[in-house]
Ligand binder design. Structure first.
Ligand SMILES: [Cu+2]
Length: 184
């Protein structure tokens, strides 16, 4: 089943993105959506992130707004996050309230440095093929059009460093990155 979704996503790309995102919003964090994100990018890193389908990642997992004990507002601009650093405690659930006040689409993606690099490569590869940046609303990432607001709740489970980056081509390189220090 997942293989079918992966193949379809790879073939149909953006056509599938909307319905999958819709389905995903209903179930919180489906393996299908994770597959879609990776499937459209393919190759190498797919295996790594694929193993994290279902929303469980080494550094945490998606949550609901009601579970959040703390709200953090983050502004997305061309090309920065404000604030661009944050400290949370392991076990803490944070509701991120995001607003894109820039002039182009941006994304907010939570992940380890390795996950961010993999996603960046995927998006760069898509851009090279002439594909427009894909929207996503996975458990750990959301894309925002200019003027758009969105929220994302996440439970941080492991002490360490988590990044929030915008991986649209060139954005991270221009400074669109943030760091979360997760303390024990
Ligand atoms: Cu951006």
């Amino acid at each position: 089943m997942k293989k079918t979704i992966l193949m379809s996503a790879a073939l149909l790309g953006l056509l599938l993105a909307a319905p999958l995102a819709q389905a995903h919003d209903d179930d919180g964090m489906g393996p299908g959506m994770m597959g879609q994100g990776m499937g459209s990018g393919m190759m190498g890193q797919g295996g790594m992130e694929h193993g994290m389908g279902g929303g469980m990642m080494a550094f945490g997992h998606p949550a609901t707004a009601a579970q959040a004990g703390r709200t953090v507002s983050i502004e997305l601009t061309d090309m920065a996050f404000t604030p661009n650093s944050l400290t949370v405690k392991a076990g803490e659930t944070v509701l991120f309230k995001l607003h894109n006040s820039g002039t182009v689409m941006h994304e907010f993606m939570l992940g380890t440095a390795a996950m961010q690099t993999a996603h960046r490569r995927m998006m760069a590869a898509e851009a090279e093929k002439g594909l427009p940046p894909h929207h996503h609303h996975m458990g750990n990432a959301v894309s925002l059009d200019p003027g758009e607001a969105a929220s994302l709740a996440w439970t941080f489970t492991q002490p360490g460093t988590v990044e929030y980056d915008c991986n649209l081509p060139g954005h991270y390189e221009s400074g669109m990155k943030g760091t979360i220090t997760v303390t024990p």
